[in-house]
Design a protein around this ligand. Structure first.
Ligand SMILES: NC(=O)c1ccc[n+]([C@@H]2O[C@H](COP(=O)([O-])OP(=O)(O)OC[C@H]3O[C@@H](n4cnc5c(N)ncnc54)[C@H](O)[C@@H]3O)[C@@H](O)[C@H]2O)c1
Ligand SMILES: O=C(O)C[C@H](O)C(=O)O
Ligand SMILES: [Mg+2]
Length: 485
């Protein structure tokens, strides 16, 4: 039977059934027979005749969930009162909120936090704009900006539908690195309009995290904003992903005993993430990368070369391979998927080199599911939290912004990204590396502080830090309260 990921599809069934021995057991058996995993069972009401309980069940997906519910409904004398999807319940009213740091108890408090006292603070900032880092939320606040055009692998679902992901990113910023991030979902798709809007909202923020903006517009939007703003602008899907992929590859190569310069790498999906990962791998010493898009291998002979496709034709595929993704994969050491679900087959895996590495990172459903790939790959990773080896940009963005904010960096440089990748990889000592453990868990409390510290140092070395702290001034990072300043 297929294994069921932990809680990605979790239902709570409220059921009413006869209050007698064995009745609950029959319901739980029906759930199990339908392939569901029973979690908590809670009492709602116990009566003389009938009882009501909440039964939490993990299912593979929504179709499987419906099948489980039908199996329970079909039992004699059992009534399913209602079914709630725990993931939806978690989203009711959104996932984050803004809170005050202090209480307003007296007129005195009010006259300092607000009029008239606040006016003196405003004037001080007007005279010295840099003091906004000391006197406002700027130094710890990041805007998570999207236009909703490349939300996960779901594509262009628009700014409203993008909100749950952006709220999620804000939660992760807070949980892992104590950064206050705010979702900004723009109802605009035109490059100039997005640039203008972000520039206009920038004064209140210490950094801009661009998220889920589709290629090729994302490249120009990021480049222009980097040039025009004096705070870090970082397109997470490009650089966060690239940093984590590099970290994972550094560790995977230690396991399989191969070197960057000897690898044959196939990148599938040449959008925001694919292009940035290709560039960081080239910078790290990989020589043989083959890019594939919907039309197969990108090579100089194709008649649809424009933008990044032309760049691929000129800078990758040194052997001049042509054909399909399957052709490219023959003898490949690494498959890097940043595309869409299900495009990789078991046959493709069998044609790869010895000890193949597969990073199937499309979200929420990877290019091949780990259970299918099992036995045909040496190292397997996805972007999901419900399988081992989660290669997800969440390993990068909280720590990289923590380090950038703490150094009051003007930008995030290549050196800061490489330092972040080394820091993530270095969290796992070489002797602890195994196939299912090439990247630390996102819950590993060492990750964000290690990334932040490496990034803060690299910011100072690259000359983009407004503030350079000595080691002894750096008390700590991350979710540790009270150590930000
Ligand atoms: N795990 C992670 O941390 C992580 C990070 C970033 C992106 N991703 C995933 O990578 C995917 C791409 O994200 P993006 O931000 O680069 O989006 P994007 O829209 O910029 O790029 C997607 C690219 O995939 C191409 N594509 C579509 N179907 C294809 C196919 N059958 N074969 C090859 N290419 C195909 C599109 O033409 C496009 O160029 C998404 O599924 C996203 O969830 C994962
Ligand atoms: O959001 C994620 O889980 C990772 C990434 O940013 C994506 O767009 O898929
Ligand atoms: Mg994303």
């Amino acid at each position: 039977m297929e294994s069921i990921p932990s809680a990605s599809y979790s239902l709570t069934l409220r059921v009413e059934f006869p209050h007698r021995a064995g009745a609950l057991g029959r319901i739980l058996t029906a759930v199990g027979d339908a392939g569901g995993m029973v979690g908590a069972v809670d009492i709602v009401r116990i009566g003389h005749e009938r009882s009501v309980r909440d039964i939490t069940v993990n299912a593979r997906d929504s179709e499987h969930g419906r099948h489980i519910v039908r199996s329970v409904e079909d039992l004699p004398e059992v009534r399913v009162i209602h079914v709630s999807d725990r993931t939806f319940l978690m989203h009711l009213g959104g996932k984050i909120e803004v809170r005050s740091k202090m209480q307003l108890r007296t007129r005195d408090d009010l006259s300092m936090a607000y009029t008239p006292g606040v006016a003196r603070v405003c004037q001080a900032i007007a005279e010295d704009p840099e003091s906004a880092f000391n006197l406002t939320i700027k130094r710890n606040t990041v805007a998570v900006v999207t236009d909703g055009t490349a939300v996960l692998g779901l594509g262009d679902i628009g700014p409203r539908a993008a909100m749950p992901v952006m709220e999620g990113k804000a939660m992760l910023f807070k949980e892992f690195a104590n950064v206050d991030a705010f979702p900004v979902c723009l109802d605009a798709k035109e490059t100039e309009e997005i640039i203008r809007t972000v520039r206009n909202i920038a004064p209140g923020f210490g950094g801009i995290n661009l998220e889920d903006i589709s290629a090729p517009r994302c490249f120009e939007i990021e480049e222009r904003l980097k040039r025009e703003l004096d705070i870090p602008v970082f397109h997470d899907d490009q650089h966060g992903t690239a940093v984590v992929v590099l970290a994972a590859l550094i560790n995977a190569l230690k396991l399989v005993g191969k070197r960057m310069e000897d690898l044959k790498v196939v990148v599938n999906g040449l959008g925001a993430a694919g292009v940035a990962c290709t560039k960081i791998l080239l910078a790290a010493g990989v020589r043989n990368i083959i890019g594939c898009d919907r039309g197969g291998v990108v090579h100089g002979g194709r008649d649809d070369l424009n933008g990044s496709k032309r760049w691929y034709a000129e800078n990758t595929n040194p052997e001049g391979i042509t054909g399909t993704l399957s052709d490219a994969l023959r003898g490949a050491d690494l498959f890097l998927g940043l595309s869409v679900p299900g495009v990789l087959s078991v046959e493709d895996l069998k044609a790869m080199a010895e000890d193949p590495i597969v990073f199937a990172m499309a979200n929420p459903v990877p290019e091949i599911m780990p259970e299918l790939a099992h036995g045909h790959v040496r190292v397997m990773a996805t972007g999901r939290s419900d399988y081992p080896n989660q290669i997800n940009n969440v390993l990068c963005f909280p720590g990289i912004f923590r380090g950038a904010l703490d150094s009051r960096a003007r930008e995030i440089t290549e050196e800061m990204k490489l330092a972040a990748a080394e820091a993530i990889a270095g969290v796992i000592p070489e002797e602890s590396l195994v196939e299912d453990y090439i990247v630390p868990s996102v819950f590993d409390e060492r990750v964000a502080p290690a990334v932040a510290e490496a990034v803060e140092r690299a910011a100072a070395e690259s000359g983009v830090a407004r503030r350079v702290r000595k080691d002894e001034e750096r008390e700590g990072y991350s979710g540790m309260p009270g150590v930000l300043h």
